[in-house]
Ligand binder design. Sequence first.
Ligand code: ZN
Length: 499
Amino acid sequence: MSEAWGELKARLEEIRDLGSAQKLFEWDQAVLLPEKGGRARAKAGATLEGVAHARLTDPEVGVLLGELEGDDSLPDDQKANVRITRREYDRATKVPPALVKEMAELQGISYQTWTKAKPKNDFKMMQPYLERLVELKKQEADAIGWEGERYDALIDVFEPDMTTAEVEKMFAELVDGLTPLAQSILNAAGEKPEFLTAPYEEDKQMAFSHWLCEQIGFDTKGGRLDQSPHPFTIQIGPGDVRQTTRTEPNTVLDSIFATLHETGHALYEQGLPEELEGLPAGTVSSLGLHESQSRMWENQVGRSRPFTEFMLPHLKDKFPKNLGSVSFEEFHRGANYPARTLIRVHADEVTYNLHVALRFELELAMFRGDLAVADLPGAWNDQMESFLGIRPETDSDGVLQDMHWSIGALGYFPTYTLGTLYSAAFFDKAEAELGSLDDDLKKGNGSRLLGWLHENVFRHAYLRAPKEIAEDIIGGPITAGPFLEYLRTKYSEIYDTEF
Ligand code: ZN
């Protein structure tokens, strides 16, 4: 082992351990922390973050990277660690401290303002903050550097190497095919099945979720499932992957599909190669790839005919009063019931990505200077009407619904759709190679699919760029085709109509 690598590795491990403590804080805050502890915890978190930032930006790290970048004899995993650390180091050192400080303060105030502006339906309150955030994000992008266009620098944080041009093309193709398809499916949907909204005991929902995630391969010796209002998954450290789900008193499907979604994220984290453990090359490389896993277990698996057939008898056991007389056909239709909604987080599999496309188009236009922040609410409402045929009556149900923009999280939304498109393309490929998975899923057995994911996705961790991992599986750049075809086939069968 080269001396420089040994030194860098020790530093990376220290940064990782600080990050691990921060992540435990984050999990604790969402799951256990008493309300009054929030303020002190935020301060403790900021202290840890400051220490980790100082460790990463230590000029000695730059010196070590320079030395290691010239060393061709390094093994591939070390080369990958050097490459990823260079990315992080450059991002952390190129942005001037004054800009980092102003951004952090602005994000705090802006988020606080959003929590008041949304219930008051008052976009004007948010407008000056959004205008300044967009301005600072432009400065940040320029400091980091970009080649094609500025927005590339924003996407790159979440989706290394993906460009605006590629993402724009992907959305254009998706919107083109999905807008008319969604309209026809929505028109065919009919009445909402009654069992979808009825009282379901929440402790039984949790018991079902615990059983379900283990059933499809979640290792409870290497992780936990708990409850939080916004489900999420976080890897605290090797052997400790925590996921959360939520329950609602008047529906059961929300908790089931939230659990399947988060289990998809968790299986990926648990499946990362042990030999790369704890260093940058051993992590998940992109949000899009992460989301491909959650969406696959939630939708391609969870909402499929064979898997809903597997789940129903188990659910009938738990909830005989609500589901005793529900037929399999009714249940499967209910699990795939689409509806026009103004709110993204309530959207179904058919319409969800139109909500995302709307956000992507608007934030890109805003960032390019083609759309003034002041005109955002109107542009939002027009676009919603053209995609889904419904128009928000208030900004609370429109442009103010998500918190993302209030904290300057630009470039993040596209990863949701990228994940959706990947999930459909990957699942197709898995079945092309393994044969139909229907019989496995009818028995609730995900092991062959999981084995395929290990081989094709998990094994590569961050040794390679995410785009490369995906394109190797798909055989070229991602397109909307497989996802559109998946929806068309599934809904043609459900509603017995050719879409
Ligand atoms: Zn997710």
